[in-house]
Design a binder for this molecule. Structure first.
Ligand SMILES: NC(=O)c1ccc[n+]([C@@H]2O[C@H](COP(=O)([O-])OP(=O)(O)OC[C@H]3O[C@@H](n4cnc5c(N)ncnc54)[C@H](OP(=O)(O)O)[C@@H]3O)[C@@H](O)[C@H]2O)c1
Length: 167
């Protein structure tokens, strides 16, 4: 099973200059809670955007075309083919955490989406398309708390594919 996890602004922005476009600590906490105990799959640039760090309590899988990438990082799984990602997802829930290329390739296979929507617009160079509501339904939404450290209004949303799991 494949679950997408991402945060976007009102224009679908997800990244800028190799980093997140915003500062929203409560979404990082939400990301940690969502992904904890799971296998996370990410593109090579997202892995590098996280400082090539293995996050505690989660297994990290990086997708890259580069042969030998990550061989110096014990416990990192490196895959070179999207078919290998699909194979890995047959007997476990994979949390795909970006970036744009990986989301684009895996849309036909995604079963669930955990999306944070930030009600603002930011300078950005990386985007994700809007969720196709003919294919997915929003099953839950929880407003994020706005405070002095989290100044942008935001919602945490959960979506599921209509009619059961993707093939
Ligand atoms: N807001 C969010 O929720 C969120 C989530 C994730 C990332 N981001 C942001 O998005 C940006 C990074 O995303 P990105 O889209 O530029 O890059 P990305 O998807 O993280 O990484 C792209 C790289 O992944 C590898 N790759 C992707 N698909 C592949 C495939 N099918 N087969 C083999 N290799 C594949 C390639 O690596 P090689 O070039 O090594 O071959 C490709 O250059 C950053 O700004 C990051 O902060 C935001």
């Amino acid at each position: 099973m494949i679950t997408f996890v991402y945060a976007q602004d009102e224009q679908g922005a997800i990244g800028n200059k190799g980093d997140l476009p915003w500062h929203l600590p409560s979404d990082l906490k939400h990301f940690k809670e969502t992904t904890m105990g799971h296998t996370m799959v990410m593109g090579r640039k997202t892995f590098e955007a996280m400082g090539k760090r293995l996050l505690p309590g989660r297994k990290s899988v990086v997708v890259t075309n580069q042969v030998g990438y990550g061989s110096d990082i014990p416990e990192l799984t490196v895959l070179h083919d999207i078919e290998d990602v699909l194979e890995l997802g047959k007997d476990q829930e994979l949390m795909v955490i970006g970036g744009a290329g990986l989301y684009e390739t895996l849309w036909p296979h995604v079963d669930k989406i955990s999306r944070t929507v930030i009600y603002d617009t930011f300078e950005a160079d990386t985007f994700i398309p809007e969720i196709d509501e003919s294919l997915f339904e929003r099953v839950r939404v929880v407003p994020g708390v706005v405070d002095e450290k989290n100044v942008h209004a935001h919602d945490y949303e959960w979506w599921e594919r209509k009619g059961g799991e993707a093939k």
